[in-house]
Write a protein that binds this ligand. Structure first.
Ligand SMILES: C[S@@+](CC[C@H](N)C(=O)[O-])C[C@H]1O[C@@H](n2cnc3c(N)ncnc32)[C@H](O)[C@@H]1O
Length: 239
């Protein structure tokens, strides 16, 4: 088991009473708008490190089929219960225990988009190092369909990294796997936990929203299937 999964598999009682019901992330709203409503029920989206599922529930309400992954069984139980209370049709949500720094429990090229909010940057990089992060990105690449989207809300605990440096850091990390569609600075007001004993307030502008797409690196050519993406990724528009 990876270090991050080991830490987060334990209950983190301080965190979810604070953030369990905060609004969906910018990344999730961005992702939803990338696909036409009429296509969504046929598309599979993964919420990697879903927590109690604020984004999973949003994506389900937006009409996607969602596979929610987390190291914590407790989180997945809470999410399942919330989806029942929200009258989500059975079959639209699958919850799977996962250790993302080791393996994503999904077959090759099955996924249209993968959402990563506050997992790769503050957790996997921190606890499993760059090797763990690369392993995870290779797994993300494997499970995505060609042309599929990897959408990440990303920050790291490397101190004093400016937004521009953060963008470069991210671009370097995904180089060779994904082509970058958008990297933008975002603000966040919420307290996120990194460990029980270490509640941490993310500074304004210390995060980026990254929209990337799986390209065919084997042949060195960009050959995308026809995605039902809307042409604009403007997150300020309603979905
Ligand atoms: C900071 S929370 C973010 C939760 C959610 N994405 C959100 O934005 O509300 C990180 C989540 O990743 C999960 N996690 C941490 N390490 C993991 C790993 N190696 N594999 C799977 N999940 C992991 C934790 O259990 C936790 O639910």
């Amino acid at each position: 088991m990876s270090k991050s999964a080991e830490i987060y598999r334990k209950n983190l009682p301080f965190y979810y009473p604070i953030v369990g019901d905060i609004p969906p992330s910018r990344a999730a709203r961005f992702l939803a708008k990338a696909f036409r409503k009429e296509d969504r029920s046929r598309l599979t989206v993964v919420d990697a490190g879903c927590g109690e599922g604020r984004d999973t529930l949003f994506l389900l309400r937006e009409g996607f089929h969602v596979i929610a992954l987390d190291a914590s069984e407790r989180n997945l139980k809470v999410l399942s219960q919330k989806s029942i209370e929200a009258n989500i049709a059975s079959g639209m949500l699958e919850c799977r225990i996962a250790d993302l720094a080791k393996k994503i429990p999904i077959g090759d090229s099955e996924v249209d988009a993968l959402l990563d909010v506050w997992v790769l940057g503050p957790i996997i990089l921190r606890y499993d190092g760059k090797a763990g992060a690369i392993r995870y990105l290779k797994e993300v690449y494997r499970v995505l369909k060609l042309g599929g989207l990897f959408v990440s809300e990303f920050e790291t605990l490397i101190p004093n990294l400016s937004s521009e440096e953060l963008k470069k850091y991210f671009a370097n990390l995904v180089k060779g796997f994904f082509s970058i569609i958008t990297l933008e600075s975002i603000e966040t007001d919420y307290v996120h936990y990194l460990a029980i004993q270490n509640l941490h307030r993310i500074e304004e502008n210390s995060a980026i929203l990254a929209i990337t797409q799986k390209e065919d690196i084997r042949r060195g050519v960009k050959k995308y299937p026809k995605l039902s993406k809307t042409p604009s990724f403007d997150p300020s528009r309603g979905s």
